[in-house]
Design a binder for this molecule. Sequence first.
Ligand SMILES: [Zn+2]
Ligand SMILES: [Zn+2]
Length: 408
Amino acid sequence: MNENIPVDEFKDINTKRFHIGSFQNEWLTRLDTANYSYQQKDQAAFDEEFAKEFGIAPETFDELKSICSVESLRSHTEDESPDTAAVPPDTTLQTLIQRKKKEDYKNSLNIDRTNRSHIYEEQLVGPSSPSHTLHVYTDTVLRELSFSYVCVCVCVLQESIALCKKPDDFADLVPEGEIILSIRVYQTAAFDRFNPVRPHATLQMLGSHYLTDLRDAVGCVSDLHVFGELSNTPNMAPDFVSKDHHKSAYFYFEHVFYNDMRFPECQDISATTIEWAKTRDFPSFSQAKMEDTKFSDLQVKVGYPYLYCHQGDCEHLVIITDIRCAHMEDCLDRKMYPLQTHKNLVHTNKCAVCNIYIARWLTTSDQLALSDPCLFCDKCFRMLHYDKKGRKLADFNAYVYVDPAVFS
Ligand SMILES: [Zn+2]
Ligand SMILES: [Zn+2]
């Protein structure tokens, strides 16, 4: 049996292990170029072939084509051009009556559609903020937010923008016969063990992408943490977030740890695990570099849970759910990849005092708080804990809090 063709290991759960690049080659040797080519077939030749396959005369085919065309589907005379989006007032069709009812109900609702990223952004730099502190930190978070916002936009508009999108520059065209992988990255979450809903993002990656491309595309709040207890210096701008300091990370796929070693300060954080496994009854593991490994070089099982670990112990499940050849209805602009196609929304944690704004501070051993730890927005935190001259009014420890929902 050809081991490069994936077969089920456990039915409807995961496949056996196979090499992605070899699987791609199997496709390309077995398929006609026309099957995965982006070139549109000549319409006349297609019609002729179609008529031949159905055994009908060309005249009959032409007639059928004109009768079944979209232009023939009219509920008005040819000289009229009604607004197709508006439901006519005198309609007797039940579907339209129901649609009108639904539309009227929707219009009667007063929904605030402000994007959550914008609310957070306004809190950080907007007029409601009592002081313009934490500038450096703010910049970093906003940079991440803009990334997150772009992701959400891409996600929401994927159907309309990314689908079939051709690049402006021909050099950015996804090559014909390229492999597209769908990858789910689960967020670390303290959920109930049996809660079936776990927040995750789904990304589409190309076979020619390096593992570092996936690493850079995964947004995780633990990359944005600020170290240190800041109750005495709440106005001090921290110079860095955890992402700037701890750059080490690894992916684990099929007994191999792929370490990110792009920067001089990166360490092989998989070494401890490998050494530990050697003293136990585990199969041997090996190491490779994330920045030298393309997805097409990997051996994987589709549907099988793998691991992404960063910031020392922030672990995410990674599941490859699909591997297939690119076709002309995919997004064909390389620059749009990694393409986010799904993202779970995560609830925001609000301030314990006003319950309006998203929390930005976390306090512990706080005499003024109702709970330990306790969350506060910037405004309530300062009003409650400091006098007009900025002196502490009680004993407490304060830490910058980044809400996990900034990425959703
Ligand atoms: Zn993480
Ligand atoms: Zn508040």
